[in-house]
Design a protein around this ligand. Structure first.
Ligand code: 13P
Length: 250
């Protein structure tokens, strides 16, 4: 079963519109004609129109870092799926650990967001991962199973095709510490087995599981080159066109 890799940039709360435009203009030249992998950018909502306009007609997909589960309403500071789609966004991250950690997102909220994203035809990238204390306590498998089960509640095999999962061990995010390829593969297998249990072997074999957490040009091949790892979700090293391109061309 060959799964097309997705290499995605999570820009977090970085870049102005001018900086985002300059990135995309330079980046498109560097990745022109690259069809081996899917490429996606996840900028802040305020940058979306600029990035989508600059990437129009290219091989670069664009999505939001977060959506609300409600269609619309009195949710100050939030972005709806309708708003994202109206500016041309096609993808969204859901349940990034920074959302879970700083904005109290629970598995239940992640699940509601996933249902909304699928209902509106977005490609959702659902993030899961253990914190350091959980890993040190030997609870990684339990945490991953709980997060995957929570995220996928009420999702059927028929609905699941667009879903992407990102395994992001929280202790590896922005720390320069990466999971070894062996650790990442082990976690991905746990996630895939849980997907198989919930949605069946065909969905599990087809679902893409990305690795995120201090992916850099010098460790990209060792990680993404693993059969079990279907791409990367990149933070810091995605902010410069050349380092992100080096990861894409691992
Ligand atoms: P870093 O690549 O900066 O560790 O961030 C990973 C991440 O959180 C991507 O979503």
């Amino acid at each position: 079963m060959s799964r097309k890799a997705l290499i995605a940039a999570n820009w977090k709360m970085y870049k102005t519109p001018a900086e985002a435009k300059a990135f995309v203009d330079a980046f498109l030249q560097l990745v022109a004609g690259h069809t081996r992998d899917e490429i996606a950018l996840f900028p802040s909502p305020v940058l979306l129109p600029t990035v989508i306009e600059a990437a129009k007609g290219s091989n670069v997909l664009v999505g939001c870092q977060n959506i609300h589960f409600a269609e619309e309403g009195a949710y100050t500071g939030e972005t709806s799926v309708g708003q994202l789609k109206a500016v041309g966004g096609t993808h969204t991250l859901i349940g990034h650990s920074e959302r879970r950690q700083y904005f109290a997102e629970t598995d239940e909220i992640v699940n509601k967001k996933l249902h909304t994203a699928l209902k509106h035809g977005l490609v959702p990238v659902v993030c899961v991962g253990e914190v350091l204390a959980e890993r040190e306590a030997g609870k990684t498998a339990d945490v991953l199973k709980t997060q995957v089960t929570g995220a996928l509640a009420g999702i059927t095999a028929e609905m699941a095709a667009p879903i992407v999962i990102a395994y992001e061990p929280v202790w590896a995010i922005g720390t320069g510490k990466t999971a070894t390829p062996e650790m990442a593969v082990e976690a991905h297998r746990i996630i895939r087995a849980e997907v198989a249990k919930l949605l069946g072997p065909a969905v599990a074999a087809a679902i893409r599981i990305l690795y995120g957490g201090s992916v850099k040009p010098d460790n990209a091949t060792a990680l993404i080159g693993q059969e079990e790892i279907d791409g990367a979700l990149v933070g810091g090293a995605s902010l410069k066109p050349d380092s992100f391109t080096a990861i894409i061309k691992y």
